[in-house]
Write a protein that binds this ligand. Structure first.
Ligand SMILES: *Cc1c(COP(=O)(O)O)cnc(C)c1O
Length: 362
């Protein structure tokens, strides 16, 4: 390793650590039937319409996918009332975040976001040699005033997760819109709405509706969470036509595979499955937080499909003991939250198993 010259940003990077895979836990601990509540996946998975569409397409995988994703972009454009070419498809929405970094960030430029923000923002920023700037959180969430105050002439991209992962905190329409009004229009603002469908707050904004107003806005969405397609890797960005054109210049020709495009199209038609997933999350959130309250524990209020449980100095030990119980949750010390564990809202049974394991461990 040592004898290679590497890109300046890469030296300071650490590889993203995903939640422990179920198969790995089962192998290492010689158990079966483990429960994973660590990566914010939808416990229902893909609906039957998606499964049927994929099954029907299995034999037809010898050709390259439609590199322009025409059919899917057409439906997404209708869905969001934008032009087809305002949609950029990604191999997961993380792919879009990376395209944004490759277009707008380079050595000498800065990406700005909050403390405890999504881990992919620093990775894509440093990977292209740009600099990370973070502002202190307010109540674990984004402090938009601090963000505004931190803008300088090197600031090129601002990443805002709404809601944020791992904290589940969110920004309301009034605050976020007035923030957009104050940011100079030559700075890209990315509003990452990976958990959009789950949020049940009256004043939570759909920032895709602001695209006509702000030429510097990019909104990202994904099929990984409420749509239950995390394994297929598909997400998208919405932006002005000129930004979309820039993103497409650095996009790999066939970044979104054919099966993912087929599945996403079917998922968009299955409103009932989406609603069922959302309702399941509402119920699960109640079940989980009621369980925490019964044990006298505190948590960060979340509008996503996950919650951060506060355990003080015990978090690491509780995480390890839960593994022995066959339960994988998420350590978030890498988000500067060493006293919390992030728990994904699973099925009713999974939450039940988690809560009783947690009770035993504590
Ligand atoms: C899960 C998540 C994503 C989505 O990632 P995909 O690449 O679409 O699977 C994006 N942003 C945040 C904040 C997330 O938590």
């Amino acid at each position: 390793m040592d004898r290679f010259e590497i890109a300046s940003g890469v030296a300071g990077l650490k590889a993203y650590e995903p939640g422990k895979p179920l198969s790995e836990l089962e192998r290492e601990y010689n158990i079966s039937d483990a429960v994973k509540l660590a990566s914010n996946e939808n416990p229902l998975g893909p609906g039957l319409l998606v499964q049927e569409a994929m099954r029907a397409a299995v034999a037809d995988q010898s050709r390259y996918p439609d590199g322009n994703g025409f059919e899917l972009k057409k439906v997404l454009a209708q869905h969001h009332a934008v032009e087809l070419n305002q949609v950029t498809l990604g191999n997961g929405s993380n792919d879009i975040l990376e395209l944004i970094a490759r277009v707008f960030l380079y050595p000498g430029r800065e990406a700005l976001f909050s403390e405890h923000a999504f881990a992919v923002y620093p990775i894509v920023t440093q990977a292209v040699g740009a600099t990370v700037m973070t502002t202190p959180a307010k109540d674990y969430g984004y402090d938009l005033d601090a963000l505004l105050a931190a803008i300088n002439d090197k600031t090129a991209v601002i990443f805002i997760a709404n809601p944020n992962n791992p904290t589940g905190t969110w920004l309301d329409e009034l605050s976020l819109k007035s923030f957009m009004d104050k940011v100079a229009d030559d700075i890209i603002v990315v509003i990452d709405e990976a958990y959009f469908e789950y949020v049940q707050k009256e004043t939570y904004p759909d920032s895709t509706q602001w695209l006509a107003e702000y030429g510097n806005l990019i909104v990202t969405r994904t099929f990984s969470k409420a749509y239950g397609l995390a394994g297929l890797r598909i997400g998208y960005g919405l932006s002005s036509l000129s930004i979309a054109d820039l993103l497409n210049r650095v996009r790999q020709p066939f970044n979104v595979n054919a099966m993912a495009q087929i599945a996403a199209l079917a998922a968009l038609k299955d409103e009932a499955h989406l609603q069922q997933s959302i309702q399941m999350n509402i119920n699960g959130m109640q079940q989980l937080t009621r369980g925490f309250a019964d044990m006298g524990l505190s948590w960060i209020p979340s509008v996503g499909n996950f919650v951060c449980l506060e355990l003080g100095g015990m978090a690491g030990r509780v995480y390890n003991r839960l593994l022995y119980e066959g339960i994988i949750v998420r350590l978030i010390a890498n988000y500067d939250l060493p006293h919390h564990l992030r728990i994904t809202i699973g099925s009713r049974l999974e939450i039940e198993r988690f809560l009783s394991a947690l009770d035993r461990v504590l």
